[in-house]
Design a protein around this ligand. Structure first.
Ligand SMILES: Nc1nc2c(ncn2[C@@H]2O[C@H](COP(=O)(O)OP(=O)(O)OP(=O)(O)O)[C@@H](O)[C@H]2O)c(=O)[nH]1
Ligand SMILES: [Mg+2]
Length: 305
């Protein structure tokens, strides 16, 4: 299955439960206040969050008025455009550091380790030389889990004994990656719920050691959020972001929810671009986030009918 097929399949529940209905609503009804109210309700059902839903509907209202849109099809195109603009990052993510170091952070069980495997696979396919660092030294089986993935994807992994200092694992990995000309170091971290101070200390230590290991390294800190918990996760993320200096989001498990609309408001709510979305458990199931493709997939089937 190609990129679009996988994305489309991963968004099937969300499309079937809400966005198909939104497309029907907007294209089949007259553009009235009732329509806007219904649209707002449906967006909230899709888990965009109430404030984001209200804002999207207001933008659509203004667009319809300003551009004198008459037909439902025109209104739907306007809505799609508004959704894309809301999600579009200011800059693309590029792996051009020497090396680029991605710290993958987030609470328990959201999909950090699996996302590292998928990222390794994705960038290996793009011809990048990728290394993993087993920075979750807290949980007994964490390094083994990552090692299984490293073998499967076919990339090297740097790991220390359980209980070792995560910063020292990451130091070794970055130093080795720089010496051996690797492009990307993917660093796993522990998912335990940190208190803010502990988290800040640990992550600032990791940043310092990355600098020390290699002063040309470029760090991206990606916060993993689980789409199944959606708005709850987003609302609890700000503390994490402040403490960890996150630069982007990976939204996982979109395939497991009918409420995948949470992705729409992330940039606005957290001030961070969504960089990748997870749509399954396999190593091919992570997509670079592309707002246009995402919106097309959300509305796909309905348009073809
Ligand atoms: N359906 C689906 N499952 C996913 C996705 N991403 C991760 N998972 C599953 O979520 C579960 C937890 O994934 P992990 O990668 O171990 O999560 P983690 O954040 O590393 O967990 P801890 O290390 O315990 O904090 C696993 O069963 C994964 O297969 C996704 O995009 N879709
Ligand atoms: Mg893990």
């Amino acid at each position: 299955m190609g990129f679009f097929g996988k994305l489309s399949e991963g968004l099937r529940k969300t499309r079937d439960s809400v966005f198909g209905a939104i497309a029907n609503l907007v294209t089949e009804k007259e553009i009235t206040d009732d329509l806007y109210d219904e649209l707002e309700e449906k967006l909230i059902l899709a888990d965009t969050g109430a404030d984001v839903a209200m804002d999207l509907v207001e933008q659509l209202r203004q667009r319809v008025r300003a551009d004198r849109l008459r037909t439902g099809d025109e209104a739907l195109e306007a809505l799609k455009d508004i959704l894309c603009k809301t999600m579009r990052p200011e800059m693309l993510l590029s792996v051009d550091g020497r090396p680029t170091v991605m710290l993958i952070i987030g609470v328990n069980g959201v999909g950090k380790t699996t996302s590292i495997a998928k990222l390794a696979h994705l960038y290996t396919k793009k011809g990048k030389r990728v290394m993993m660092a087993a920075g979750d030294t807290f949980r007994a089986a964490a390094a083994e889990q990552l090692t299984v993935w490293a073998d499967r994807v076919g990339v090297p992994i740097v790991k220390h004994a359980e209980g070792a200092d995560p910063a020292s694992v990451i130091f070794d990995a970055v130093q080795s990656a720089a010496a051996r000309g690797y492009d990307l170091v993917l660093c796993d971290t522990a998912g335990r719920l940190h208190n803010k101070k502990h988290l800040m200390d640990e992550l600032s230590k990791i940043s310092r050691v990355v600098d020390k290991a290699c002063d040309t390294a470029k760090v991206e800190t990606l916060l993993v959020l689980d789409a199944i918990t959606g708005q709850n996760a987003i609302n609890q993320a700000s503390q994490f972001i402040d403490a960890a200096g996150a630069t982007g989001v990976i939204l996982t498990k979109l395939d497991g929810t009918a409420r995948g609309g949470s992705v729409i408001g992330i940039r606005k709510k957290l001030g961070l671009p969504v960089r990748f979305v997870g749509v399954g458990e396999g190593m091919d199931d992570l997509m670079e986030f592309d707002p246009e493709a995402f919106v097309d997939a959300l509305f796909e089937e309905t348009e073809e009918k």
